[in-house]
Design a protein around this ligand. Structure first.
Ligand SMILES: Nc1nc2c(c(=O)[nH]1)N[C@H]1C(S)=C(S)[C@@H](COP(=O)(O)OP(=O)(O)OC[C@H]3O[C@@H](n4cnc5c(=O)[nH]c(N)nc54)[C@H](O)[C@@H]3O)O[C@H]1N2
Ligand SMILES: Nc1nc2c(c(=O)[nH]1)N[C@H]1C(S)=C(S)[C@@H](COP(=O)(O)OP(=O)(O)OC[C@H]3O[C@@H](n4cnc5c(=O)[nH]c(N)nc54)[C@H](O)[C@@H]3O)O[C@H]1N2
Ligand SMILES: [Mo]
Length: 757
């Protein structure tokens, strides 16, 4: 009798059906209610059963031999053999080591930031698990904000008086409002349906592309300001712009508004603070440089006439300015975010439907979607007694500079002295910049523990690796912000190898530390699910949302809750616009801050008191462009989520090294043809890549997506095509200290033709 069965589950890239047979995932298929399902799950059957799964608890040989405090045990990280041990033995060794570090150095020596996307599912969320566990043991040094939006999270509260994520999920024009009211959609960095395939915790209806079809039909003018045409669905005007130069372009647009009497002075006077201090900079009264279209044209690679005409049409129509997250994942990434807000304020349309500013449409799914929010279904992480933290992207600095001071958003902080790192649900050797530098920094801690389903580059560089289950091997509940669906996520197959759920791994460690009761509160994972679900259901019922009983959800597999459409007509900042005194913003002035006394008081040369053009250290206008003449942008991969399931993609012949896209002009100058294997390099590092030629990328810009599993050869050249072998590890500024991944110059040379192979 066949035991073939098909059930639905959810993931960061949406819902899909999984067919299992004889304890294996044999097929996946589309979720029928998703208008535009993602193709990402196609790799899943191969990835879940891949030979690179961690089979058993594994401890690195020289760490085991020499002990954690001997420097000889560290040098081989990444190059060493692992010894497989029975679960209980490995858990005891790890627990003893956590205890030792606690006793000798205190919990301030444990770094548990553990940044990463992990998997969907409310209870088995890896970060929630590791953070609760470390809190139970006495706390850990944490990390603040995200690689995605750290600069935005620092600047936006100063400007709008609201947390960036709250602004993005709440105070934003919904797609229906845009469809109805917006006449000109100006997209810095585009709005890319490839990126909106995914969202934290899942997005069930992939609808970005559908909205753009509607915009096309309605005749909305759409302008994609980006180095790549494909950053927006087809049909938009494409305004190629030098990466890193958007602030200059926005300033020039603002200059036209100011000098041609098109700036909404009434709006600026009523709703904004400090335009008076900004305007002299704009016109050049303070520094002798008028930020005119003629000034900006050579910086941006956009003609002065085009800039002028765009400014006029923005002023003459209902205009929505959108900004992709990528613009702030760059050196001085705070500036385009602040300047875009200023430009929108000058247009005077903030608070009008379909006008103003919106950040992050297209960066992830669910932004701009009208769904009533529900809270709950969160595994409590308890309090972290340790208050020490780092801005998330300063990990290598932290490990290399213990005790050294640094600035962050008005605070003078110091880097802690870390002896033990615990990572669970992230892949720093995928996500961090300048991986050679991280590799060096990674030699500092005495012990590194990782929970991971796969032998990623990070797992290979750990001392103790615990094999974790994937979400297909355990039972969970799925739900996400901006999504109306609620999923039962059945355990489809038994754990692969000896993998255990993170919860069970931490329960085991807690048992050895005599903290089991505190960690589990006496509940199994199934009991936790029921407990969290009951509270969530009660709370939802109180808010008049009919959530099914637990057993009913399990029977049904999923339900679509009546949450959609709740905010269709809500215009962002409408109340503030109606009465700025009665509904002030939570900024010091109660207004939109074009000049911030707070930021000015920090005295940061890399983030002054108003939006400013500050060229990045690396871009096409830098002197180093004579040696490394190409700007490399490193977008998110379309075929997967970051580095997840990469092992399955890398197995497909011709897929690795990863493709790098070049303009045919740049390729011809280097005798590179489509399919050639090339070396992408700069002063920091190198990787191999496979050339792909396209007119849809502007000359002098190359694009290499993130996600390949870092695999340097003896000379340090990454063989798979991970762009972070080359990117620069520097904070966005003293304000945000975010990742500057997109500010990177490179050169590309041919290694061999596709015909030589
Ligand atoms: N150059 C460059 N670099 C970038 C970016 C860029 O634009 N350019 N973008 C940055 C951004 S925005 C981000 S968000 C980061 C993403 O970086 P990460 O979030 O670190 O990338 P992922 O590949 O999603 O890593 C998640 C890891 O968790 C593991 N995992 C999945 N489920 C589980 C589980 O249940 N338990 C455990 N223990 N592990 C699990 C996966 O196997 C995977 O190794 O990359 C950043 N890096
Ligand atoms: N399929 C898929 N989707 C994803 C992810 C994934 O891994 N896979 N990751 C998710 C995550 S964690 C995040 S944070 C978001 C990220 O969302 P974003 O940050 O918006 O996306 P990126 O892919 O980094 O960049 C988008 C585009 O910005 C352009 N760009 C780069 N630099 C500049 C610049 O200086 N100026 C202008 N105008 N354009 C520039 C590039 O051409 C690039 O293609 O994506 C999410 N969506
Ligand atoms: Mo991200």
């Amino acid at each position: 009798m066949s035991n073939r069965i098909t059930r639905t589950t959810t993931s960061h890239w949406g819902a899909f059906n999984v067919t299992t047979e004889n304890d294996r995932i044999v097929a996946v298929s589309d979720f029928e209610y998703d208008p535009n399902p993602s193709a990402i799950p196609a790799s899943l059957p191969a990835a879940v059963h891949h030979r690179s799964r961690v089979a058993k608890p594994s401890i690195r040989q020289s760490w085991l031999k020499h002990g954690p405090q001997h420097s000889a045990s560290r040098v081989l990280r990444g190059d060493d053999k692992f010894v497989e041990l029975p679960w209980d033995e490995a858990l005891e060794i790890a627990a003893n080591e956590i205890n030792r570090v606690k006793q000798e150095h205190g919990n301030e020596a444990i770094f548990g930031g553990s940044y990463g996307w992990a998997s969907a599912g409310r209870f088995h969320h890896a970060l929630g698990q590791v953070h609760r566990f470390l809190n139970v043991t006495g706390g850990y040094v944490s990390s603040l904000a995200s690689y995605s939006t750290a600069a935005a999270q620092a600047i936006i509260p100063h400007v709008f008086g609201v947390h960036f994520l709250k602004l993005m999920w709440g105070e934003i024009n919904s797609w229906p409002l845009i469809a109805e009211h917006t006449e000109t959609l100006v997209m810095f960095g585009g709005i890319n349906p490839k990126n909106s395939q995914v969202s934290m915790g899942g997005v069930t209806h992939h609808e970005t592309a559908g909205w753009f079809e509607l915009f096309e039909k309605s005749g909305m003018r759409r302008i994609n300001i980006s180095p790549q045409r494909g950053d927006t669905p087809e049909g938009a005007e494409w305004l190629p712009v030098n990466p890193g130069s958007d602030t200059a372009l926005m300033l020039a647009l603002a200059y036209v508004l100011e000098t041609e009497g098109l700036a909404d002075q009434k709006f600026l006077a009523t709703y904004c603070q400090g335009y008076d201090q900004f305007a002299p900079y704009l016109t050049g009264a303070t520094d002798g440089i008028a930020k005119s279209p003629d000034w900006a044209a050579p910086l941006c690679g956009v003609s002065a006439q085009v800039i002028h005409d765009l400014a006029i049409s923005m002023a003459k129509s209902r205009t929505l300015i959108t900004v992709a997250w990528s613009l702030q994942r760059a050196e001085h990434g705070e500036q385009p975010y602040w300047m875009a807000a200023t430009l929108a304020a000058m247009l005077g349309q903030i608070g009008l439907p379909g006008g103003g500013i919106g950040y992050g449409y297209g960066a992830i799914g669910g932004i701009g979607v009208s769904v009533k929010r529900l809270s709950g279904l969160t595994f409590p992480q308890l309090e972290n007694p340790v208050k020490h933290f780092i801005p998330v992207a300063r990990i290598a600095d932290m490990l290399l500079k213990p005790g050294e001071p640094f600035d962050f958003n008005g605070q003078a902080l110091t880097y802690p002295n870390i002896k033990l790192v615990y990572w669970c649900g992230g892949n720093p050797f995928h996500h961090h910049q300048d991986l050679k530098r991280l590799n060096h920094a990674w030699q500092q801690p005495e012990t590194i523990i990782v929970n991971e389903p796969w032998w990623t580059a990070t797992a290979k560089r750990a001392d103790i690796v615990f094999p974790a289950t994937t979400s297909y091997e355990r039972h969970d509940i799925g739900r996400a912000e901006g999504d109306s669906y609620l999923f039962d996520m059945p355990a489809m197959i038994p754990p692969v190898g000896e993998a255990r759920d993170d919860y069970d791994i931490f329960t085991g460690l807690a048992r050895h530390l005599e903290l089991e009761e505190k960690f589990t509160e006496g509940r199994s994972s199934e009991q936790w699910l029921q407990h969290l679900y009951a509270a969530f259901r009660d709370e939802s019922l109180k808010n008049d949302v009919a959530v099914p009983e637990y057993d009913e959800l399990i029977r049904k597999n999923w339900v679509d809750l009546p949450l959609r459409g709740a905010q269709h007509s809500q215009t962002p900042f409408a109340e503030f616009r109606a009465d700025p005194t009665a509904a002030p913003l939570q900024t010091p002035s109660g207004k939109i801050e074009i000049y911030s006394d707070t930021i000015a008081s920090f005295n940061y040369s890399d983030c002054p008191g108003h939006p400013t053009w500050l060229p990045p250290g690396e871009w096409l206008g830098a002197t180093s462009a004579s040696e490394f003449p190409l700007h490399m942008v490193t977008p998110q991969p379309g075929d997967k989520l970051h580095s997840q399931m990469e092992c399955a993609i890398a197995d497909v012949p011709g897929e690795r090294p990863a493709p790098v896209t070049l303009n045919p002009i740049d390729a011809a100058q280097r005798q590179i043809k489509a399919g050639d294997i090339v070396r992408v390099f700069n002063q920091r590092g190198a990787c191999l890549a496979r050339a792909q030629l396209s007119d849809d990328i502007m000359p002098k810009v190359v694009s290499l997506s993130t996600g390949a599993w870092y695999d340097p050869d003896a000379n340090g050249t990454d063989q798979q095509g991970n762009p972070n072998a080359l990117t620069r590890d520097v904070g966005t500024s003293s304000l945000g200290q975010g990742s500057s991944a997109h500010s990177c110059l490179v050169e590309v040379v041919k290694v061999h033709s596709n015909t030589d192979m």
